[in-house]
Ligand binder design. Structure first.
Ligand SMILES: Nc1ncnc2c1ncn2[C@@H]1O[C@H](COP(=O)(O)OP(=O)(O)OP(=O)(O)O)[C@@H](O)[C@H]1O
Ligand SMILES: [Mg+2]
Length: 296
C-alpha cells in the first residue's frame, strides 16, 4: 500500500453488457492522484469519465484492474465496505444532481448525515454550517425546483461534503450553468479543496475550469491519453523568480563588500555602517531563505 498514490487506478477495464451488446467503457485506465490535489478529467462524451468516477466512488465495479481511494482497497471491498466508502470516504456530486425534489435544501444536506446516524443537535449545527459555506443560509427552506441551477449545484456540494469525506468526486459540476455561475461553483470547489483539504476529482468539459486545476487528465476511448499540469506553468514563473532573487543577492553581496571597504578606509561613520550592514545582512538572509524554500 505504501508505494500506492493516495488515489490510484491500475489498468481499469469496464465492460458494460446489455443483452448481447458489449460496450468497452474503460480500456486499461491508469491514473494517480495525490492527497490534497484538485484534478480535472476531460474527454469527449462517451469516453468513460462518469464510469471512472463511479468506480472511484464505489458505485460501479470495474471488470478488471485495481482501484485504491484514500488507502481504501476498492477492488476487493465487499458490498458493505463499499457502502462505508460512500458514507465516510467519498462525497459524490452526480452529473444529474441527486437532490430529492420533495425535500428542502436543508433536508437534502441533512440526508447523508441521517444515513451516517449523526445525532440531531450536531446535524442541525452542521447543516447550517454547510449551507453557509456554500452561501445559501437564506435558501434553507427552498426545494430544488425553487432554486436556480447554480444554487442547486451548491446544495449538492454541501450535501456531498456533509460527512466530511476525504475525497470529493464531481461529475460536470458546472455542466448546465452559464460561465459566470459556473465560475462561482468552481470557486466553492477550490475552497473545499484548499481550505478544507479535500482531494477533488472533477469531470468537466470546460477548458477554463480544467485549467484552474493542479492537473488535467485527458481520456479518450477509456484510456488516459495525456496528463497536463496547467498550474505548473507557474514553474516558469518560479524560475524567473529565482533569477530575480539571485540577481538581488549578488547586488546585496556587492553592497556589503563596498561597505566593508568603506569602513576599512574610514570613509563611513561607524554608526551608519553598523545600521546599513545589519539591514543588508537581514535582506541577504531573507533572500537566501526564499531560495532555500524554492528548493535551491
Ligand atoms: N449502465 C450502462 N450500461 C451500458 N453502457 C453504458 C452504461 N453506462 C455507460 N455506458 C456506456 O459506456 C460508455 C462510457 O460512458 P460514460 O457515461 O462513462 O461516458 P462520459 O465520458 O461520462 O460521457 P458524457 O460526457 O456524455 O457524460 C458510453 O459509450 C456509454 O454509452
Ligand atoms: Mg458523464
Amino acid at each position: 500500500m505504501s508505494n500506492k498514490a493516495y488515489i490510484q487506478t491500475d489498468d481499469l477495464v469496464k465492460v458494460y453488457r446489455l443483452g448481447n451488446v458489449e460496450v468497452q467503457a474503460l480500456r486499461g485506465l491508469s491514473m494517480q492522484v495525490h492527497q490534497g490535489e484538485m484534478v480535472a478529467i476531460v474527454g469527449a462524451s462517451g469516453s468513460g469519465k462518469t464510469t471512472l468516477l463511479n468506480i472511484l466512488g464505489g458505485i460501479t465495479r470495474a471488470t478488471a484492474g485495481n482501484t485504491v481511494v484514500a488507502g481504501y482497497d476498492v477492488t476487493n471491498a465487499s458490498a458493505v465496505q463499499l457502502v462505508a466508502l460512500r458514507r465516510e470516504i467519498v462525497g459524490h456530486i452526480f452529473q444529474e444532481l441527486n437532490l430529492i425534489p420533495t425535500l428542502t435544501a436543508y433536508e437534502n444536506v441533512e440526508l447523508p448525515m441521517l444515513a451516517a446516524k449523526v445525532d440531531g443537535g450536531r446535524r442541525k449545527a452542521r447543516v447550517e454550517e454547510l449551507l453557509s459555506i456554500v452561501g445559501l443560509e437564506d435558501r434553507m427552506k427552498h426545494k430544488p425546483d425553487e432554486l436556480s441551477g447554480g444554487e442547486r449545484q451548491r446544495v449538492a456540494i454541501a450535501a456531498a461534503i456533509a460527512n466530511d469525506p476525504k475525497v470529493l468526486l464531481c461529475d460536470e459540476p458546472t455542466g448546465d450553468l452559464d460561465t459566470e455561475t459556473g465560475s462561482i461553483i468552481v470557486e466553492y470547489l477550490h475552497k473545499v479543496n484548499k481550505e478544507y483539504g479535500k482531494t477533488v476529482i472533477m469531470v468537466t468539459h470546460d477548458p477554463s475550469v480544467a485549467r484552474q486545476c493542479d492537473r488535467i487528465y485527458r481520456i479518450r476511448d477509456g484510456q488516459i491519453i495525456s496528463v497536463q499540469s496547467p498550474t505548473a506553468d507557474s514553474e516558469s514563473e518560479a524560475v524567473s523568480r529565482v533569477d530575480v532573487i539571485r540577481e538581488r543577492l549578488t547586488e546585496i553581496k556587492a553592497e556589503i563588500d563596498r561597505l566593508d571597504e568603506q569602513v576599512k578606509t574610514g570613509t563611513i561613520d561607524l554608526g551608519v555602517f553598523a545600521g546599513r550592514r545589519t539591514a543588508l545582512t537581514d535582506r541577504k538572509k531573507m533572500f537566501e531563505e526564499e531560495l532555500h524554500r524554492l528548493g535551491l
